[in-house]
Design a protein around this ligand. Sequence first.
Ligand code: OSB
Ligand code: MG
Length: 374
Amino acid sequence: MKLLSLRMHHLRMPLVSPFTTSFMTQTHKRCFLVEAELEIADGRVVTGWGENVALDRPYYSAEYLDGSADVVARWIAPLLFAVDVLTAETVGHHLRAIVGNPMAKAAVEMAVLDAQLRAEGRSFASYLGAVARAVPSGVSVGIQDSVEATVRAVGGYVDEGYARIKLKIRPGADLAHVAAVRREFGDDLPFQVDANAAYTLVDAAHLQRLDDFGLLLIEQPLGEADLRQHAQLAGQLRTPICLDESVVSAESAVDAIALGAAAIINVKPGRVGGYLEARRIHDIARAHGIAVWCGGMLETGVGRAANTALAALPGFTLPGDISGSDRFFADDIVTAPIRMHDGVVDVPTGPGFGVEVDRERLERYRTAVVDVGV
Ligand code: OSB
Ligand code: MG
């Protein structure tokens, strides 16, 4: 394929309620979609869509939205416009000189992959080798102002039928909230927590107290660079440690597994540079008997559809953060957003990621369009 054009649609979408993590509160989702036109061998022009998941502040990862957009426009696009025979599988190779910026690379690789699969009339799930037609739907619950508010928020999602609850925690909003959720909803509720790097090894004795609550896992208790320290903490906790921020590539996944820093891995395609690297991490983890699940970054319907297909691979043995579109958005920008029913979401079957961008809604939430020149 030959890349003909690349357009970035910058969006700002209101969230149905504020989402608080240990590092920030979001009331709106800002992101950009990548729309790429590619000419395929028979002369047809095919359009593909990708989504950039960088947050607007560099608090979750070094990469942040405006920086990521700059990297796409100034550094990624020129390298790909220069390629005569471009495939989704070679995007990473052509971008190898660019250090870091996995979310920028992932968004563009996604658009090329979507176009390539649409040209073949093939679904992303089929391309990946997905084995499930529906996947369990977990929900990520933000930090609330009070224990009562946490119980209320969790109760709403339990009533809706979510298959698993993940509660965000931070020092000062942890044990009491977790204890109250267990008390209210019982020991059978599949329940886990996510600290987003808010603790240090000094907190080990405090974190040990979470062992009483039968959690599925604790996600990223320590810092992104703290692989060795996570391994040390693992020796002091019964609750399995799952890494998110620390796993930025297949290599770092291998290191985390070898060090005993991760019993479980949260695979987020944007964080690791794309869906192809995400699949490699799935394969490596599976070979080591390490469970993986699909994380989320409050994606729109485009990213959510792709995540659902990824989560249908056989090694994704824990419910992912793949809630229905209505968990975050009153109005999505695709025509048929992902819906949770009976605790699951259905894996899209249409060509590419299997969703159509709704131009009218796209324009409703669009703040800027950037055409990246050849
Ligand atoms: O740590 O998993 C995280 C959202 C933004 C940044 C980091 C995280 C999250 C979530 C949201 O937990 C999960 C979702 O998209 O449903
Ligand atoms: Mg996380």
